[in-house]
Write a protein that binds this ligand. Structure first.
Ligand SMILES: CC(C)(COP(=O)(O)OP(=O)(O)OC[C@H]1O[C@@H](n2cnc3c(N)ncnc32)[C@H](O)[C@@H]1OP(=O)(O)O)[C@@H](O)C(=O)NCCC(=O)NCCS
Length: 248
């Protein structure tokens, strides 16, 4: 294994020694690990020869997707090879590997545009079966166990419904004064009707009420629709994260 020591962890308390600066997503890592473990996922820590934690790997076996948090190429290589034929996100840019580039967008919530007229009613959904039904259409690969775990851990699922059925959704994780949006999806025939814009502004109102100052989200560089929406709302690109496919 070379000069790194890797251990599998089974509780979020074992992240105590996690150094700051490991990732742009530092404030959210504990939350993500807790949800991953509770949803049946795996988490590994790596240490350098001095016993200093230099990497973290979160992996979901159902979604065959993981994230490597490290600035060390050796640590990246170890985790990258650990789970063959998987989708692996990392902020580490490995020049020779094929990858899809995702931008990390950020919004200063306090400066966000406040005047807004809603066209659709946005609600916070907590019915697991309803969420599951929509996510099965939107993101077939979602680990269903994650939905109830996320709700239990305080994640909020903002939806727009038509005739009682969810047609648009966005998840939001909040840790302290930082929030992350993810899982944005509007059913194809309801797109370009302002539903996600309404959903966005509902989330903004919620964030302001909770005194959250920063909203982040990752968008694939070639996702014109999502990037246009983020830019229109005043979000700025503040970093990059790369999506690799592990060999196998
Ligand atoms: C991205 C997505 C959620 C947008 O939802 P939507 O309800 O259609 O978006 P809205 O109607 O609220 O659009 C708001 C603004 O976003 C931008 N936008 C939305 N779709 C766009 C498109 N296809 N091309 C360019 N800009 C687009 C526009 O600025 C639009 O404002 P306008 O219609 O006044 O010009 C939707 O296209 C979708 O579900 N895509 C597939 C999943 C996905 O990519 N999710 C995001 C992952 S990061």
């Amino acid at each position: 294994m070379g000069s790194i020591e890797v251990s599998k962890i089974d509780s979020v308390e074992q992240l105590r020694d996690l150094p700051k600066g490991l990732s742009f997503f530092d404030p959210l890592i504990g939350h993500e690990v807790k949800e991953a473990l509770e949803s049946g996922g795996e988490t590994y820590l790596s240490k350098d020869p001095n016993g200093v934690t230099n990497g973290l790997f979160i992996y979901d076996n159902y979604e065959v997707t993981g994230t490597i948090f490290t600035s060390s190429r050796e640590v990246f290589d170890y985790f990258y090879k650990l789970k063959p034929s998987s989708y692996i996100f990392s902020e580490l840019d490995v020049p020779e590997l094929p990858k899809q580039v995702w931008n990390i967008w950020q919004l200063d919530v306090d400066k966000a545009q406040a005047d807004y007229s809603f066209k659709h009613r946005v609600v916070i959904e907590s019915d697991v079966a309803e969420i599951e039904r929509f996510m099965a259409l939107a993101q077939l690969e979602t680990n269903k166990r994650w939905i109830s775990v996320a709700l239990k851990n305080g994640d909020r699922c903002f939806v727009v419904k038509i005739a009682g059925r969810i047609v648009g959704m966005a998840w939001m994780t909040i840790v302290g004064d930082v929030a992350r949006s993810h899982g944005l999806f509007v059913a194809r025939r309801f797109r370009r009707m302002g539903m996600m814009m309404d959903n966005y502004h509902a989330r903004l109102l919620y964030l302001k009420a909770r005194h959250v100052h920063t909203l982040v989200n990752e968008i694939a560089e070639d996702n014109v629709a999502s990037a246009s929406l983020a830019a229109k709302e005043g979000e700025k690109v503040v970093g990059k994260i790369f999506l690799y496919t592990s060999p196998g």
